[in-house]
Design a protein around this ligand. Structure first.
Ligand SMILES: Nc1nc2c([nH]c(=O)n2[C@H]2C[C@H](O)[C@@H](COP(=O)(O)OP(=O)(O)OP(=O)(O)O)O2)c(=O)[nH]1
Length: 138
């Protein structure tokens, strides 16, 4: 069991589903590390913030949607050249969010079929997870 809570930045990311069984991907804005790469919306957890509160805050800030409920699905550790991250991936089912999706931070968003992505590149830390997700959602 890895315990890296001191040296690893805590990050939350949400896998939001729609009625068509698609999942929501976001592109990283210009100016950030890996700008233009696709990821699940989310971001760094702040001091004294729960993972779920961070997820709610990031989705409101970035995509204008409200998360009512989310289920922690997977955790991953990854070492980038810019940071070491402890990623917490949440599944947000079709009934677990509301609002109209609006890209509020100069990013793009795209609803994607988890069995057939038409966008790239994806963040390298997510490669294995995207495979597991296709199996999980089939
Ligand atoms: N949001 C998100 N981040 C991910 C995913 N996969 C992955 O490796 N990451 C990494 C990229 C970044 O190093 C880190 C998230 O940090 P960030 O810089 O985007 O967070 P933030 O929005 O809070 O950034 P900032 O306010 O500090 O600019 O986690 C993912 O699917 N979603």
């Amino acid at each position: 069991m890895m315990t890296h809570s001191n040296s690893y930045i805590q990050v939350v990311a949400g896998i939001v589903q729609n009625q068509a069984g698609e999942i929501l991907l976001s592109s990283r804005p210009v100016g950030k590390a890996y700008a233009g790469y696709w990821e699940f919306a989310g971001g760094k957890v702040e001091q004294n913030e729960t993972l779920f509160a961070a997820l709610q805050r990031e989705f409101n800030e970035e995509l204008n949607i409200h998360i009512h409920r989310a289920t922690l699905w997977q955790e991953k550790f990854y070492q980038y050249e810019h940071a070491n991250v402890h990623l917490h991936f949440f599944i947000v089912g079709v009934a677990d969010w509301s609002g109209d999706v609006v890209a509020r931070e100069q990013q793009q968003f795209s609803w994607q079929n988890p069995h057939n992505y038409t966008i790239s590149p994806m963040l390298p830390a997510n490669a294995a997870l995207l495979q597991e997700l296709a199996d999980f959602l089939k």
